[in-house]
Design a protein around this ligand. Structure first.
Ligand SMILES: Cc1cc2nc3c(=O)[nH]c(=O)nc-3n(C[C@H](O)[C@H](O)[C@H](O)COP(=O)(O)O)c2cc1C
Length: 169
């Protein structure tokens, strides 16, 4: 291993200590709804309230967001790893991942999961290129929180790579 590879490994390892939640990122093309799992999400402004999400340029979702300029984030609960895997394991280009999953439409027209901790509805304010990803900066135009099963307070799902072996590419 040369110096550059060691540098890269230590950078990747250090970045692995950043904390992320896990979300289902929804968007639409006309009446077609699609969604993928995303964890590279951050809150980035208070007024107006904004979030940023990094989407790799070759994801099917990427171009759909570019076209619709709207997206939603359904915040997953700690017991929803199976839902995160479901929206990561296949591409919306070939599969209707929302088929069989209870979902509704956000005010902006994006799909939102009916069973999750909260949802945010976003309008794209700006985009930035970051290597192989596009960062979509979204102004949060609507949002709502839900009770967990049996009205118990719930915790958000935190990203743990060991739970998604092989699912990230
Ligand atoms: C926990 C988890 C988090 C992920 N986060 C992101 C992310 O933030 N950005 C991204 O581009 N892909 C991310 N992915 C990968 C996409 O969810 C996956 O490639 C998906 O199949 C893309 O769907 P699409 O082709 O329908 O857009 C993540 C996968 C997992 C399992």
């Amino acid at each position: 291993m040369d110096g550059t590879e060691q540098d890269r490994d230590s950078i990747v390892s250090a970045m692995g200590h950043l904390s992320h939640g896990v979300y289902v990122l929804g968007t639409r093309r006309g009446r077609e709804m699609t969604a993928m799992t995303a964890s590279w999400v951050a809150r980035v402004s208070e007024r107006p309230p904004c979030v940023a999400v990094g989407v790799r340029d070759d994801r099917y979702t990427h171009n759909v967001i570019l076209e619709s300029t709207t997206f939603s984030l359904s915040v997953l609960r700690e017991d929803q790893v199976d839902i995160a895997s479901h929206f990561a394991d296949t591409s919306g280009e070939y599969h209707d991942k929302l088929y069989g999953i209870p979902y509704g439409k956000s005010p902006g027209g994006s799909p939102i999961l009916l069973d999750c901790l909260a949802y945010l509805d976003c309008k794209v304010l700006d985009t930035a290129h970051a290597g192989d990803h596009t960062v979509f900066i979204g102004e949060v135009t609507a949002g709502e929180s839900y009770d967990g099963p049996y009205n118990e307070p719930s915790e958000p799902l935190l990203y743990d790579p060991t739970e998604y072996e092989g699912a990230l590419n």
